[in-house]
Design a binder for this molecule. Structure first.
Ligand code: FE2
Length: 195
């Protein structure tokens, strides 16, 4: 399915149909690695599992599951598959596709998860050291440390704390020793989160 078709189909589908479309899209496009050792699907599901384990609302579980779908939806697969070469703006692409499908409580943590990395790296220099190599490289392309003004702006955002939480799971959800987690375990959270 092309990305344009996906958006069109999402808008015209029922809620259960939207979950099916999104899960099928992740299953079909999530087998790539994007410079991490886990696949995008493993990363997405591990991230949702971490959100669920910390008893977060369904909207944040859904945000965790779909936070990197913009890598798959990016127009240029070369850029999207090598985020350390060029910033693919995947967080903005995801929000553009998922707008009107999910509420702000899902969209905004996704939109802010890259800014949250810059925020954390700026406030806690040791945070940068524990990032994966790919994430350290893309940090520089994504703008590097925040200015004081950028920190203030970020903290003004209603969803900035949710974005920092999502960022924490994002960094952890790269465990090659976790064998298989089933995406269907998150079906009810996604269904509940839809607009
Ligand atoms: Fe991620």
């Amino acid at each position: 399915m092309s990305t344009k078709n996906l958006r069109h189909q999402l808008l015209s589908a029922t809620k259960p149909g939207r979950v099916d479309l999104l899960f099928d899209y992740l299953r079909t496009h999530g087998d790539k690695h994007y410079e991490e050792e886990v696949t995008q699907m493993q990363h997405a599901v591990q991230c949702a599992a971490l959100a669920t384990r910390s008893q977060q609302p369904a909207t944040l579980v859904a945000a965790a599951l779909f936070h990197d779908i913009g890598h798959m939806l990016a127009d240029d697969p070369v850029e999207a598959n090598h985020p350390t070469l060029k910033d693919d703006q995947h967080e903005a692409i995801a929000v553009a596709y998922l707008k009107d499908i999910f509420p702000e409580a899902v969209l905004q943590p996704i939109r802010l998860h890259v800014a949250a990395k810059r925020y954390m790296c700026t406030l806690e220099p040791e945070y940068f050291d524990q990032l994966s190599e790919a994430s350290q490289k893309s940090f520089r392309l994504q703008g590097g440390p925040m200015s004081e003004q950028e920190i203030d702006d970020f903290e003004q955002h209603a969803f900035h704390k949710a974005a920092v939480k999502l960022r924490g799971w994002d960094d952890q959800a790269k465990d090659v020793n976790i064998e298989h987690l089933e995406i269907n375990a998150y079906r009810s959270s996604v269904l509940e989160s839809l607009c």
